[in-house]
Design a protein around this ligand. Structure first.
Ligand code: SF4
Length: 226
């Protein structure tokens, strides 16, 4: 499916967003791990990573106005808001949503596939940008221009499927000087690479990255809405 095939909402104050779910949980990833966080999961993704654990967000969902989303976020009464997908940036109204959340004083993070331009995202947003590895089956979708606009508070995430992906990721870190520019997160792909194995590689190489497990899965398994 092409990006243009993903449903789009008008860019107006009456912008609407298609949501798969909105829920309160603990942030399970990134440098924000552990904070009580409201997740606003937008529907749709133009990618098909072979390890995807949110395929339920590819289709369906329900339309909400921007104000309806903000009202639901406010009702939870926490400081942190994360906008994941799917691929949230595939919906045009994601940009005004992010800006409005920042205006209301939330600490806002965006989880994006790295396949869509991130330059127009509100600079107050912490952008957690994937770099898709060969093992993901979507390496061709990486939008390398995104790396040029990263800020220090942004984060790059690799999900690794094995040693080949790890070695490839090391090459990308060197090529783009990424560890000097922002936090780099390495995660093992569940069921494909052992966490201890990845930890041993990172320690042996003294790699200046943060390894992450998915805290929410350790706590609650892979239930949607947790
Ligand atoms: S970008 Fe994310 S939501 Fe889309 S297929 Fe890949 S892992 Fe799944």
């Amino acid at each position: 499916m092409s990006v243009s095939a993903v449903e789009q909402a008008p860019e107006t104050s009456s912008a609407r967003l298609k949501l798969t779910e909105i829920f309160l949980s603990l942030q399970g990833e990134s440098t924000l791990v552990g904070w009580p966080t409201v997740f606003v999961r937008l529907t749709g993704c133009p990618l098909r990573c072979q390890y995807c654990d949110t395929a339920y967000a590819f289709h369906g969902g329900a339309w909400h106005t921007l104000e309806q989303v903000l009202e639901r976020v406010r009702a939870y009464g926490v400081r942190h808001v994360c906008v994941p997908g799917g691929e949230p940036l595939a919906q045009k109204a994601c940009l005004p949503l992010l800006g409005a959340l920042c205006d209301e004083g939330y600490v806002v993070s965006l989880e994006t596939s790295g396949a869509i331009d991130i330059a127009m995202v509100d600079p107050r947003v912490i952008r957690v940008v994937d770099i898709k590895t060969p093992g993901s089956a979507e390496v061709a979708r990486n939008r390398w221009d995104n790396l040029a606009v990263l800020k220090e508070h942004d984060q790059i995430k690799f999900v690794l499927c094995g040693r080949q992906d790890y070695d490839w990721a090391r090459g990308i870190l060197d090529q783009y000087g990424l560890t000097a520019r922002c936090t780099v997160l390495l995660s093992p792909s569940h069921g494909q690479l052992g966490a201890t194995e990845l930890a041993d590689w990172i320690v042996a190489d003294r790699l200046p990255v943060r390894m992450q497990m998915q805290l929410h899965k350790i706590l609650w398994g892979n239930e949607p809405g947790r």
